[in-house]
Design a protein around this ligand. Sequence first.
Ligand code: GLN
Length: 481
Amino acid sequence: MNIAALTIDGVREGLARKEFSATELARQSLAFAEGENPKTNAYLHFSRERALSAAAKVDEQIARGESLGPLAGVPIAVKDVILVKGERNTCASRLLQNYIAPYDATAAIRLEQAGGVIIGKANCDEFAMGSSNENSAFGAVRNPRDLDRVPGGSSGGSAAVVAQGTAVVSLGSDTGGSIRQPASFCGIVGVTPTYGRVSRYGLTAFASSLDHIGPFSRNVKDSATLLGAIAGRDPMDATSAFAPVPDYPAGLTGEVRGMRIGLPKEYFAGLASETGDLIEKGIYTLKKLGCEIEEISLPSTEYAISAYYIICTAEASSNLARYDGVRYTSRSANGGSLIEMYRHTRGEGFGAECKRRIMLGTYVLSHGYYDAYYKKAQQVRTLIARDFSNAFARVDALVTPVSPFPAFKLGEKLADPMQMYLSDIYTITGDLAGIPCMSVPCGDTGGGLPVGMQILCNHFEEAAMFRLADAFEKAGGPAGA
Ligand code: GLN
């Protein structure tokens, strides 16, 4: 068995042919992941006992001849902001380094109900704030495709483990691009579902009106299967949608002839030249598959970054107020009065990026500035959502680059937060509008760095998005041109 190249189908077949048991696979995956981890620092911890007990359940089902769930025996990593009961949930923050999850996130429960085997928690940027995974209190993650480069962020660990082959699939979270951008940097598939498609119960909140949980995988079908397993209404999350969940893998028919695809012209300015060339070749493949391509405009795009960094910091400043050393967090040893204890705990515990966001967010919400910043940003958000609904009246999907450039060198953008924020210029609009979007591999640059193509569809149209991505993948991506 080539463990690093396994897919969900490969696991199912291996179990059916008795090439391995779920327990053997879990043990081998854990050993492989632990052995490889020093190269990338992509896992923060492993959940050995939990994995072996989940695998044992699958083996018992097999022994009893029961039908298996869609993820039976599949080794899965989960970003360290998604609660797995009894395991640490650090959010890559010093503040939560000893925090043990007291309950399971709905997504974690559903993974295991489908037979999945959670083997560990993946590194990320602190509280999911960042675009390079360099904001982790426990060290940066290295990109398995080039160890001198970042894997993207904030779900850099979740992307790296799948690219490296130490998990078959993983879960990440996306608030402004944190699934698609790392997927693109690591050369794998990453999906941000419709807002409300997947329950966030048990996801540590960053910016609640923008947070999503979504899958990473090495092919489109595996993300379709994984999303199908975790999606759907959850009474524990009032923002989760009642919309029925289609059978996503069954919808991968390869039939995309006549699909109308819009290219928003605002997303094609300022691209690194090789990125632009690869996306152009990718578009040509779509044309050859019979899609109808037209240029469209999303005129409010230029305001998206400004609106995002007002809305997400405002929400973060409120969500992060709970980490005060009383309930969840490691308390500072430098006591004093209650106020001093708060100040020391937060001052010593939060990294620089979290502090920057808390200050910005508090500022934009403060009296006298609320109308000038926060309210304006919400109005811009409405305009961005309107741009998309106008576009989807004409086309079935939009295709764009994921990031203006491929993975950059570790340290390259650390000194300049504005440069870092620009990494997300093409991804944050999808989150602001709450529509489903994904990154699908679109070839490598001459230097061997992967580039991702973004597909965006209308609310709850994940099935069409997967169908297009799968047809593109099967056609060979940009090489099919
Ligand atoms: N990179 C963006 C940020 O820093 C997005 C983060 C995310 O999606 N969690 O906010």
